[in-house]
Design a protein around this ligand. Structure first.
Ligand code: NAD
Length: 395
């Protein structure tokens, strides 16, 4: 089958297996080019391990520290007629590379919010690894079925209290227009907290503890975002921000239960991922941010961010450096005053006409396509390829 991108807004419904494999390999190559982690975890569980920050969080301890990894994700395998999702092909490629490097890697494709997946993962950890010493929680999901009441909750991206109008980018047409988003109503806030807050992270840790599979001195981390004031109404002060506040409260609760220095929230940089491209306003901000950071020479992608998270904080020689609220800040370069001042200036000026001059929209678009394995020089897209790719650990 010849596989080409089929995009609609922030969705691409096809993915290229070789392209995804090349993406994974370039992330592995980056990690291999860095010094090994000083204090690497040895047995790592990554929940949400197939794309974006979670995939990078699986690659870094594996290739930077020789860790055994168990990955959990919700992806679509390809068939002989239909392409699978990018996260599926990324996971196939990751496992293959890990096995070739002599590393243990097993993956679970299913609903991480469910008790069934938790039970299956824990049974495998018990049998194969005994205990784990690092748990990364990197889920981004629009819905969650609560394993106790069986109800499905939906998260929304809305401001709270009043409507929010801001410049926006139509990523299909390159038009800079404006968007108005109506405020949350009814149970929007509570539902978003239910999906994207820390409840499920705590349930995972409780289940792992009850099963006796947490090693002494284990660490766990989940990811958050803050960003500039101009996106506060839709992010930090919006429904998703409330969920992130809950994530921080979960970390605090787990630190009281398991001991200080066990649970961390890391605030990461805004990057093109499947999750971030769905947030209004953010793609325009990211396009301007990339231009500024690339010019300053301090632009990072997921793999550079997570390599820095492990080498400087979680798995370095010392303990993590924390902000006044106890969070790790690998968004420090994004939030640098000079970067933010340059982005704010460009934000005021940007229009459809000067978009390509003021922003890195072309970089945004090519990175978006790369998420699905398209636009990589080393891949021959004219060549027939088989979309059906089994996970090596299931063979
Ligand atoms: P992503 O969309 O690339 O990855 C989401 C992962 O969650 C995938 O592995 C997917 O398979 C998995 N997933 C979703 N629903 C699932 C389910 N029910 N069961 C099992 N797996 C499921 O997202 P991302 O951008 O890497 O986001 C990960 C975390 O990082 C989120 O908490 C997000 O808020 C945070 N973050 C993202 C950014 C950014 O700019 N992208 C910045 C800072 C923080």
């Amino acid at each position: 089958m010849i596989i080409a991108p089929k995009t609609r807004g922030f969705i691409c419904t096809t993915a290229h297996p070789e392209g995804c494999a090349a993406n994974v390999q370039s992330q592995i190559d980056y990690v291999n080019s860095q010094p090994p982690l000083a204090n690497a975890p040895k047995k790592v569980l990554v929940i949400g391990s197939s794309t974006g920050y979670g995939l990078a969080s699986r690659i870094v301890p594996a290739f930077g520290g020789g860790a055994s990894t168990v990955g959990v994700f919700f992806e679509k395998p390809g068939t002989d007629r239909k392409t699978g999702s990018a996260g599926w092909y990324n996971s196939v490629a990751f496992e293959k590379a890990a096995h070739e490097a002599g590393l243990y890697a097993k993956s679970f494709n299913g609903d991480a919010f469910s008790n069934e997946i938790k039970d299956q993962v824990i049974a495998t950890i018990k049998e194969d690894l005994g205990q784990i010493d690092c748990i990364v929680y990197s889920l981004a999901s629009p819905r969650r079925t609560d394993p106790i009441d069986g109800e499905t909750y939906k998260s929304v991206l809305k401001p709270i209290g009043e409507s929010y109008s801001q410049k926006n980018l139509n990523t299909d047409t390159g038009e800079v227009n404006s968007v108005t988003i109506e405020p949350a109503e009814g149970d929007d806030v509570a539902n978003t907290v239910k999906v994207m807050g820390g409840e499920d992270w705590e349930l995972w840790l409780a289940a792992l503890k009850d099963a006796g599979v947490l090693a002494d001195g284990f660490q766990t981390v989940a990811y958050s975002y803050i960003g500039p004031e101009l996106t506060f109404p839709i992010y930090t002060n919006g429904t998703i921000g409330k969920a992130k506040e809950h994530l921080e409260a979960s970390a605090a609760r787990m630190n009281s239960e398991f001991g200080e220095g066990t649970a961390y929230v890391s605030v990461n940089k805004a990057l093109v991922t499947q999750a971030s491209s769905a947030i209004p306003v953010v793609p325009l901000y990211i396009s301007l941010l990339y231009k500024v950071m690339k010019e300053k020479g301090n632009h990072e992608g997921c793999i550079e961010q997570i390599e820095r998270l492990f080498s400087d904080h979680l798995a370095g020689a010392g303990t993590p450096a924390l902000d006044e609220k106890g969070r790790i800040r690998i968004d420090d370069w994004e939030m640098g005053e000079d970067v933010q001042a340059a982005v704010a200036e460009a934000w005021e000026k940007v229009t459809t006409e000067n978009l390509s001059e003021l922003s890195d929209f072309s970089g945004y678009k090519s990175e978006f396509l790369r998420l699905f394995g398209f636009g990589l020089e080393e891949v021959d897209y004219e060549k027939d390829t088989n979309p059906e790719r089994p996970l090596p650990s299931e063979l």
